[in-house]
Design a protein around this ligand. Structure first.
Ligand SMILES: [Zn+2]
Ligand SMILES: [Zn+2]
Length: 199
């Protein structure tokens, strides 16, 4: 399985039209995980990650691109799922989580047989069909999911990055790279600029 490298731009994700069924696998930083809006209200995503760590900027970028939300922020809920015990099974776990979700199962309540996953994947590839990965159900206490908040701006609905300016009417912030901003913004302290939606 090809992996995204540190320097590579976060890969484009194909999404289905149905808002509730979006999956993402590559995190953009040499790692694979699952992101979905299934069962989430607007502006919320769930993340299924077999190696929980601080959400990298590139993964947040992926989430923003996937959602294109009108909301001012995105709430990311980290679902408490099985963790991999080595450094190279993230792709297998991501596929196992995604397959479980597609078949109506909640990965949080599943324990996958790590040793059998690779062979199962090869079998699926041979059959050209994806079947749920071998697993047993586990009971977990209900507890509050760890969450991250991503603040989003501009017409591109992504994170704060580079030089930005605020519209003096609606207050929305825009990236210098996304809209044509007048030079006076950087030279005249009291210069007022309004965005295309407010003109
Ligand atoms: Zn932008
Ligand atoms: Zn505006």
């Amino acid at each position: 399985m090809a992996e995204a490298t540190q320097t590579e731009k976060a890969p484009r994700i194909e999404t289905k039209e149905d808002e509730q069924r979006k999956f993402v696998l590559p995190s953009g930083v040499n790692h694979w995980l699952v992101i979905t809006t299934m069962g989430c209200p607007p502006g919320v995503v769930k993340i299924y990650d077999s190696m929980v760590h601080k959400l990298p900027f590139q993964t947040k970028e992926q989430i923003c691109a996937l959602l294109m939300t009108k909301e001012p922020q995105i709430e990311v809920l980290h679902i408490d799922v099985q963790q991999q015990r080595n450094t190279n099974d993230c792709g297998l776990f991501a596929l196992a989580f995604a397959t479980a979700l597609c078949s109506g199962q909640e990965p949080r309540h599943l324990s996958f047989e790590a040793g059998a996953m690779r062979e199962h994947l090869l079998k699926c590839l041979d059959m050209e069909d994806t079947e749920p990965f071998p697993c047993v159900p586990v009971l977990k206490k209900k507890r509050k999911h760890k969450q991250d908040i991503i603040e989003v701006f501009c017409q591109c609905r992504t994170q704060e990055e580079g030089r930005m300016a605020a519209c003096f009417i609606c207050g929305e912030w825009y990236h210098e790279d996304c809209v044509a901003l007048p030079q006076e913004l950087w030279t005249l302290p009291d210069f007022k600029w309004s965005c295309a939606s407010c003109v």
